[in-house]
Design a protein around this ligand. Sequence first.
Ligand SMILES: [Zn+2]
Length: 295
Amino acid sequence: MVKIEQCPVCGYEQFSPFLTLCDYFLSGETFDIVQCDQCSFRFTNPRPQNNELGRYYESQEYISHSNTKSGLFSVMYQSIRRRTIRTKFQMISGLSKGNSILDIGCATGELIHYFADRGWKVMGIEPNEKARHFAREQYQLQIEDENYLVEALPGSFDVVTMWHVLEHVPDINARIKEAKSVMKDDGLLLIAVPNPDSWDAGYYGKYWAGYDVPRHLHHFTKKSMHQLLINYGLKVENEIPMKIDSFYVSLLSEKYLHGKRKWIAAFWSGIRSNICARSKNNYSSMIFVVKKEKT
Ligand SMILES: [Zn+2]
């Protein structure tokens, strides 16, 4: 385990305990989330060494990296994923003037495959070797590992996306710098993360699936995301809710809380979360639409 001594967002060196919770998904091990005393950023601390993180992803159930179609949950997941891809495409087409996209953490590449079919120039970054191989074989996509981000030509892409990725990344500062570098000057960066200020996070507490320790190393509120981006001359233009996530996260949280998937309870939690989110735009997951500050 490695102990983080400086807040990744503001550099402050004093933190307070925020939550102690279990890896309900896989290992059953216990982890702590701390909160920075200066900027309130929350992060998993201590956390596994970088070379130890891989074993926390080794599960048959880790379906974002596979395409198994058995079981109600997987069928539902696949169907929602297809719908989500359409929605993301429509949103990005509406926001972007250009048509090149880099998806960082593209998993098996379904999203950029959809974009490629509609005439976009696409590329993916994926650390998982099996997922990279699948995306290349299945869809003939150009998928590279994370080293590519360091070597990539600056200003190559109109749109750079990270869908539920930044919370997993050990060095968020390096990743934001890399993402900024590969964006065109008038390009867009879209970052989607779970929201620990959402109603479902409060309701499920330590059982909230959005914490997902130790795979999630960072737990971004809107405030901490804004501050991290400002440090790099980036600014949030818009915050868009991912309303479907409240249902999915509630279903997993019900499983962690009760040991089984309680579909009806999760459905009502999803509804309540989305209703309570309206006044402050604090949905279960948020997409931050980010641009470079004009210099
Ligand atoms: Zn801080």
